[in-house]
Design a protein around this ligand. Structure first.
Ligand code: SF4
Ligand code: SF4
Length: 301
C-alpha cells in the first residue's frame, strides 16, 4: 500500500493516518464507528457451531459469548443457506453493509466459515467481511482470510498473562492435542499475539474484545490494553461478564466498574462503548434485531 495516499484523521485529538479504503471500512461498520450505527447495519451468519477451546464463562449450547450474548442459541445454517439468507436480507435492508461470522462457536475452526465468506464475496464484492475469533488458529488462517477479502477482524483477548489466563480457560485443543491449565493459556496467548501481529501486516482493521471478569482479570485489563496498543490495535471493546458455567458465582461488573476500566484503558487504545452483545445470527442496525424475522430454511441438525 502506498502510504502517500493515506488520509490523516483526527481521532480523540490525535492525528491518525489511514488508507482511504480502510477508512471506508471503519466508517461503514456500525461496530467500528459509532457514527455508522444509525446509517448502516450488519448481518451475522451462524455457520460455525464447533469450538476449539473452553472458556470458563461459556455453556456451549448457546452462542459464543466472546462476541455475542448467551441465553439464545442461534440456528446453524449451511454456506448455501447463508447465501440465500443474505440474498433475502440485502433485498429487504440495503443499508446492511457488513457480513460477519461470529459463531455460534469459533469461526476459524469451522470450514463452513471460509466457504460462506467466499460465496458472499463472489456475489457481493462490495460488502464488508468481518470475523470474530478466539485467536488460537489465527496465525495459520490469517493469509486465507486476507485472500478471501476479510477486512474487519475481532480477536477476544482476556489475558496476556498465563497465570490469569489459566483461571479463564478450562482447555484448548490444538494440533490434535488437548492442553489444560497454565500450558493451555500460554499457547492460546502466544497464538493470539502472533495472530495479531500477522493481522497487523495486512490491511485489516482490528478490534480486540475483552471480557471483564471481576476478581480475575479486572486489574489486568489495562495491561492487555497496553500490549495491544504496542501491536497497533485500533479499538478495544470491553464487555461485562455474563456469569454462567464455572464463573456463575462471580458478580457481574457494575456499569461504574466497567466505565473506570475503560477510562484507564483509553490511555492506550480507543474504547468501543456502544457494543450490544448481539446474537450470532443478528441482522440489522445495532439494537434493531431482525434475525427472528428471517425465514430461510435451516440446516438439519
Ligand atoms: Fe464459548 Fe466462544 Fe469461548 Fe468457544 S471461544 S468456549 S464458543 S465463548
Ligand atoms: Fe458489534 Fe458488539 Fe454486536 Fe459484535 S456484538 S456486532 S461488536 S455490537
Amino acid at each position: 500500500m502506498n502510504k502517500e495516499n493515506y488520509l490523516s484523521v483526527n481521532i480523540d485529538g490525535k492525528e491518525v493516518p489511514f488508507d482511504p479504503e480502510q477508512l471506508r471500512k471503519i466508517q461503514s461498520h456500525p461496530c467500528f464507528s459509532e457514527k455508522a450505527c444509525s446509517r448502516f447495519g450488519r448481518m451475522h451468519l451462524p455457520v460455525a457451531p464447533k469450538c476449539n477451546i473452553q472458556c470458563n464463562y461459556c455453556i456451549r449450547k448457546y452462542d459464543c459469548v466472546n462476541e455475542t450474548r448467551p441465553g439464545v442459541s442461534s440456528d446453524v445454517l449451511t454456506p448455501q443457506q447463508s447465501l440465500e439468507r443474505a440474498d433475502e436480507v440485502f433485498k429487504k435492508y440495503p443499508y446492511i453493509k457488513v457480513v460477519g461470522v461470529a459463531g455460534p462457536g469459533e469461526p476459524l475452526y469451522n470450514p463452513e466459515t471460509y466457504e460462506t465468506l467466499r460465496l458472499i464475496k463472489e456475489k457481493y464484492p462490495n460488502k464488508i467481511l468481518c470475523i470474530s475469533t478466539n485467536g488460537l488458529l489465527l496465525p495459520e488462517k490469517i493469509k486465507e482470510l486476507d485472500e478471501i477479502g476479510v477486512s474487519n477482524l475481532t480477536i477476544t483477548i482476556n489475558a496476556v498473562d498465563p497465570e490469569i489466563g489459566k483461571e479463564i480457560y478450562t482447555y484448548i485443543k490444538h494440533n490434535g492435542k488437548e492442553y489444560r491449565g497454565k500450558e493451555a493459556a500460554e499457547i492460546l496467548i502466544e497464538k493470539q499475539l502472533e495472530g495479531l501481529e500477522k493481522a497487523m501486516e495486512t490491511d485489516m482493521i482490528i478490534k480486540v474484545n475483552t471480557v471483564l471478569i471481576p476478581t480475575i482479570n479486572e486489574e489486568h485489563i489495562p495491561d492487555i490494553a497496553k500490549k495491544i496498543h504496542e501491536k497497533g490495535v485500533y479499538l478495544q471493546n470491553i464487555t461485562p461478564l455474563i456469569p454462567q458455567y464455572k464463573l456463575e458465582d462471580i458478580e457481574p461488573p457494575t456499569r461504574q466498574q466497567k466505565k473506570e476500566i475503560q477510562e484507564k484503558c483509553s490511555e492506550y487504545v480507543r474504547q468501543m462503548k456502544h457494543c450490544r452483545q448481539c446474537r450470532s445470527d443478528a441482522v440489522g442496525k445495532l439494537g434493531e434485531d431482525k434475525s427472528c424475522q428471517q425465514k430461510t430454511n435451516k440446516k438439519e441438525k
